[in-house]
Design a protein around this ligand. Structure first.
Ligand code: ZN
Length: 247
């Protein structure tokens, strides 16, 4: 099982403290979410920690690009590309609803060149801001648009369980549909809610059927990085994952 925690700007911790916390838990991955901040904000000391860990076989990094990545300047976007080149994360998550097919192509190339998966995430609302289509329709179109590129194997999905449920879609549906279209799920964002709002609760606190979800992932041979996307009570989600004992 590839299970990880994610950085958060709301927990009052520095990135290095978050990573050190993760190293003390039963997880083997860490997702750096650039939630309104930049690689240039990372202190030198933390770069040292990242350098020490980045080639580890037992601990992997994934990253989550800023939600407004599409509207950043060229040089700001380049700073993320340099960071990707430095860290060599396993997956790079970007939200689907603002992603043009052109920017997608660029990002898939960057991922491919760095041995990563560009992992495109479902959002709330489930409508693309440029194309007006839903997540699944976008993913199918996106796959087609990459058909004749060398880098197409670096295109994959991030299924966010909480976003899916708020949109009235059971996350196991995405596993079935993406698998049917031969789109690999490289990343999963794990958090729960009751369907009313994106509450980012621990697994089991809300109404999402995680048993069906993990059963479906296993049946479809999808083996994503499972990123626990909430900081408070993250232990509850780690325990939940070990209790349902998927491997
Ligand atoms: Zn997410």
């Amino acid at each position: 099982m590839k299970l990880g925690l994610q950085s958060s700007i709301y927990n009052g911790l520095q990135l290095k403290d978050e990573i050190n916390t993760a190293l003390g838990q039963k997880v083997n991955a860490f997702d750096i979410f650039f939630d309104n901040w930049f690689p240039s904000d990372i202190p030198e000391e933390t770069y040292g920690l990242l350098s020490n860990l980045k080639n580890s076989n037992d601990f992997h990094f994934t990253i989550h690009l800023p939600i407004n990545f599409f509207e950043l300047s060229y040089s700001e976007q380049q700073s993320f590309y340099s960071f990707i080149e430095f860290l060599k994360p396993k997956t790079i998550t970007v939200h689907y609803n603002t992603l043009s097919y052109d920017l997608l192509k660029d990002l898939v190339n960057i991922a491919f060149d760095n041995g990563a998966q560009l992992s495109v995430e479902n959002t709330i609302p489930n409508t693309h801001k440029i194309y007006g289509i839903d997540y699944l329709a976008y993913m199918i179109e996106a796959k087609k648009s990459l058909e004749y590129t060398e880098s197409k194997q670096a295109f994959s999905a991030t299924v966010d369980t909480g976003h899916s449920f708020v949109n009235g879609i059971s996350p196991d549906y995405y596993v079935r549909e993406l698998s049917k279209h031969e789109i690999s799920i490289a990343t999963v964002h794990l958090h729960d809610n009751d369907g009313s709002a994106d509450l980012h609760q621990p697994l089991g606190a809300g109404k999402i059927d995680f048993y069906s979800f993990f059963k479906e992932l296993k049946e479809k041979n999808q083996n994503p990085y499972l990123i626990i996307e909430h900081w408070s009570d993250f232990n509850r989600s780690i325990d939940f994952m070990y209790n349902i004992s998927i491997t």
